[in-house]
Design a protein around this ligand. Structure first.
Ligand SMILES: Nc1ncnc2c1ncn2[C@@H]1O[C@H](COP(=O)(O)OP(=O)(O)OP(=O)(O)O)[C@@H](O)[C@H]1O
Ligand code: SF4
Ligand SMILES: [Mg+2]
Length: 427
C-alpha cells in the first residue's frame, strides 16, 4: 500500500503527526522548496577540505547475450560510459537525468555492488575499482547507500533494531551489548522513538521507514552516502522533512553525499554542485548557479524548462517549454558523435562525427556540446572544431592540431576555455 493510500485513522499516533501536513490532505499542494526552506537554507559549497571521492572515466557495460542454448555475447548495454567527477569532503554532488541514463548504475559502481568495466573510483586515495572482495570489506563501511523505496528496502521479517544493528554485527565494530544503545541513539538521530526498536517496518509510515533506512546507512559512520532517489517515493511535505533531516545529518556526521534524483527542485536545494547525465555520459556539470541559472547544454536547458517552479531566469528568461522530440536511443547502440544529437534542436554535421569533449567553460562549469551557449545564443560555428583539429563540419583539418587541453579528468582546473575570447585563460 502506498503512503497516499493510507488514511490518517489507520496510523499509530506518531505516524499521524508525520502525515498530517501531507499535501494529499490539503487542496493546495505546497512546493518542495517552500517547505524545506522553512527550516533549512540551500546547502552551500565548501571546497576547503578537498575531495572524498574522485571518479575517473568510469564505465559499466552490461553484456547482451543471444537466446538459445549457446548464449553468445551480441553487444553491450553501455550504461555508464566514461563518467568523471569529484565529491567534496562533507559536501554533496547531485546526479540528474532521465530514466535509464545510468544514475543508479553509477551509484552501484561507487558502492561496488557492480565491478566496473573500466575507470577508477578513488575513495580516500584508494582505487576501489580494482580491489578484491577482501580488500573492499573495510572500505564498504565508509560508503553506504540509501535506497529509493522504503517499502522494499527493509526486511519485513526483521525488527527495526535488527535492521539497524545488523552492520554492527557483521563488521564487529562494537561489543554485542553496545549494539542496542547505538541503535537507539540512531533512532533518535533520525527523529524516531528509540523505544520502538523492536517494532517491524510495517508498523511505520513511508517517511518513517525512509528514516529507518537512513539510520541503517549511518550505523557505521560512513564518509560517503550514495542516496539513490531517497525521497521520490514520498509525499512532498514528507520529502521536505527527510531532506532537512539529511542536511542535519550531513553536518552532524560530516558525511558527503552523491545524491541521485530526477527532481531538479530537490537537487537544487540539497546539492551545491550538479552533474547532468544523458545516455551514460555527463553532458554538463557545475555549481548550482552554473547549472540552474546559466545552463549551456541544450539537454540541461530542456530539463530545466520542464520544471515550472525552477525560476525561468535559469534558462535565459524563456518561459516556453523546450520539448524534446523522439525517445531516448538504446544504450546498446547509441548514436555516433554526440549521443544527444537525435533529439537536439540545434544539432549540426559535426555532432554526428565527433563526440563533444566535456570542456571546462567556467570556474566550476563543464559542458559537452560543440555549440555551448545560453538558450537562443548558441554559437553558429562549433567552438570545439579547432580544439579537435577539424573543420566546422568535422572533417580533419590538416592545418590544425588537437588541443592537449581536452581531457576527461575529474574536477576543475584553474584555467578554462573562455567562450567569448575562444581561447584558454587563467582565472
Ligand atoms: N544489471 C543490468 N543488466 C543490464 N542492463 C542494465 C542493468 N542495470 C541497468 N541496466 C541498463 O542500464 C541503463 C542505465 O540504467 P540505470 O538503472 O542506471 O538508470 P537510471 O538513470 O538509474 O534510471 P531511473 O531514473 O529509471 O532509475 C538502462 O538502459 C538499464 O536498462
Ligand atoms: S553537440 Fe550537437 S547534438 Fe550534442 S548537444 Fe551540442 S549541438 Fe546538440
Ligand atoms: Mg535509478
Amino acid at each position: 500500500m502506498s503512503e497516499r493510500d493510507t488514511t490518517a485513522d489507520e496510523l499509530v499516533p506518531e505516524q499521524q503527526a508525520e502525515i498530517e501536513p501531507a499535501p494529499a490532505l490539503t487542496p493546495e499542494v505546497p512546493k518542495f522548496e517552500e517547505l524545506a526552506q522553512q527550516a533549512h537554507t540551500a546547502a552551500a559549497l565548501d571546497l576547503s577540505r578537498g575531495t572524498v571521492l574522485e571518479v575517473d572515466n568510469l564505465k559499466m557495460y552490461f553484456p547482451v547475450k543471444s537466446g538459445g542454448l549457446i548464449r553468445r555475447k551480441v553487444g553491450d548495454v553501455q550504461a555508464v560510459d566514461g563518467v568523471s567527477f569529484e565529491v567534496p569532503r562533507g559536501g554533496s554532488l547531485g546526479l540528474v537525468g532521465e530514466s535509464g541514463c545510468g544514475k543508479s548504475t553509477t551509484g552501484r559502481l561507487i558502492t561496488r555492488l557492480y565491478t566496473p568495466t573500466g575507470g577508477r573510483i578513488l575513495f580516500e586515495d584508494r582505487d576501489m575499482a580494482k580491489l578484491s572482495k577482501r580488500e573492499l570489506k573495510p572500505l564498504r563501511r565508509e560508503i553506504q547507500m540509501i535506497f529509493q523505496d522504503p517499502y522494499t528496502s527493509l526486511n519485513p521479517r526483521h525488527t527495526v533494531g535488527a535492521i539497524i544493528g545488523a552492520p554492527l554485527e557483521v563488521h564487529k565494530v562494537v561489543p554485542k551489548k553496545q549494539i542496542l544503545p547505538r541503535v537507539q541513539e540512531l533512532l533518535e538521530v533520525v527523529g524516531l522513538n528509540p523505544e520502538h526498536y523492536n517494532r517491524y517496518p510495517n508498523e511505520f509510515s513511508g517517511g518513517q521507514r525512509q528514516r529507518i533506512g537512513i539510520a541503517r546507512a549511518l550505523t557505521l559512520n560512513p564518509k560517503l552516502l550514495v542516496a539513490d532517489e531517497p525521497v521520490s517515493a514520498l509525499d512532498v511535505s514528507i520529502q521536505a522533512q527527510v531532506i532537512n533531516l539529511l542536511q542535519d545529518i550531513q553536518k552532524e556526521f560530516d558525511v558527503a553525499f552523491l545524491f541521485i534524483a530526477h527532481d531538479l527542485a530537490v537537487v537544487r536545494h540539497f546539492c551545491p554542485e550538479v552533474a547532468v547525465m544523458y545516455l551514460g555520459k555527463i553532458v554538463e556539470i557545475g555549481d548550482r548557479d552554473s547549472i540552474y541559472a546559466h545552463a549551456h547544454h541544450p539537454y540541461t536547458q530542456a530539463l530545466l524548462s520542464a520544471v515550472p517552479d525552477i525560476k525561468q531566469a535559469a534558462i535565459g528568461g524563456r518561459r516556453e517549454r523546450i520539448r524534446l522530440e523522439g525517445d531516448v536511443p538504446s544504450p546498446i547502440n547509441p548514436p555516433s558523435g554526440c549521443r544527444f544529437r537525435t533529439r537536439c534542436p540545434i544539432a549540426q554535421d559535426i555532432c554526428a562525427r565527433h563526440e563533444p569533449p566535456l570542456l571546462q567553460i567556467g570556474k566550476r562549469h563543464k559542458v559537452a556540446c560543440h555549440f555551448p551557449g545560453p538558450i537562443g545564443a548558441h554559437p553558429d560555428a562549433p567552438i570545439t572544431a579547432r580544439l579537435l583539429g577539424t573543420d566546422e563540419v568535422g572533417n580533419p583539418d590538416p592545418g590544425a592540431t588537437p588541443s592537449p587541453q581536452i581531457t576527461n579528468k575529474p574536477g576543475f582546473d584553474d584555467t578554462w576555455f573562455d567562450l567569448d575570447a575562444k581561447t584558454f585563460g587563467r582565472a
